[in-house]
Design a protein around this ligand. Structure first.
Ligand code: BG6
Length: 256
């Protein structure tokens, strides 16, 4: 704690809480854009925060991404709890298997001894396929489960990075470029003001369902994520706790 005071991290946490309008922010030293080990530290911190919820909150929805994967690696297998249930927050087929919500939810379950609910559906469905899927009982069951979610743990994507490096549909790239998308979470794309400018047609948790969760953990670091974090926190539910790093924090303060 003394070290945090000295390095100014706790002061930055206070500033970020005010800027983002939330009551808890945790900042890890340095920048994960430069030092990959910082992402591991973010993962560790988020894992400890999440584990504290386990005694009271059993239904936990998780998204995909490399930051979420870092958390799953840091979850301890010491305190096994078979009453935990991990739910993939979206279909997620289309991205690297290791970074899919399904894979991450399965890892959480394996480590904690909990159960897992996965959803294997392509990330980009045609309007027709989407309508049909939504009528399938197994999919419906999953959608109902999202209504009962106690905790949501998620990453925040940088729209530009997604357009450049991920297998985005031409539609998505168009919306990112022309629609002014800055951030992405749960398959929703948001502009600088937090307006939804596009939504991937995928089966997954809805923003209204995220809002109802008792606890939400948003995990994203690196200065390259600063604009995305600012964009998403325009609409982030108030109970969201942010785990980030100094690189992102400094840039956010600089931008505001
Ligand atoms: C994607 C998720 O896989 O990862 C997104 O589908 C998320 O919802 C993004 O925003 C964040 O990724 P990363 O690798 O930067 O943690």
């Amino acid at each position: 704690e003394f070290m945090r005071e000295m390095s100014g991290l706790s002061n930055m946490e206070k500033q970020l809480k005010a800027i983002l309008g939330i009551s808890q922010v945790l900042i890890l030293p340095q920048d994960s854009d430069d030092i990959p080990a910082v992402k591991t530290k973010i993962g560790k911190e988020a894992a400890r925060l999440l584990e504290m919820k386990f005694p009271l909150h059993k239904k936990i929805a998780v998204t995909g991404g490399s930051t979420m994967a870092a958390i799953s690696k840091e979850i301890s297998s010491d305190k096994r709890d078979r009453s935990l249930q991990f739910i993939a927050a979206r279909g997620g087929l289309g991205e690297d298997v290791l970074h899919q919500a399904n894979t991450i939810a399965s890892l959480f379950a394996e480590k904690t001894g909990g159960a897992v609910k996965t959803l294997y559906l392509p990330d980009h469905l045609s309007a027709e396929a989407y309508e049909m899927m939504m009528r399938e009982p197994v999919i419906k069951e999953m959608m109902d489960l999202y209504d009962e979610t106690d905790v949501v743990v998620h990453g925040i994507g940088n729209a530009e990075e997604i357009a450049l490096h991920r297998k985005s549909s031409p539609e998505e790239v168009e919306m990112i470029r022309k629609g002014g998308a800055v951030s992405e979470a749960f398959g929703y794309y948001f502009d600088n003001e937090g307006n939804v400018v596009y939504r991937i047609r995928t089966a997954g948790i809805q923003m209204e369902q995220v809002q109802k969760a008792k606890a939400i953990l948003a995990v994203a670091g690196g200065r390259s994520k600063a604009k995305a974090i600012l964009s998403y926190f325009n609409i982030a539910p108030r109970q969201t706790v942010l785990v980030t790093d100094e690189g992102a924090a400094r840039k956010i303060i600089e931008l505001t």
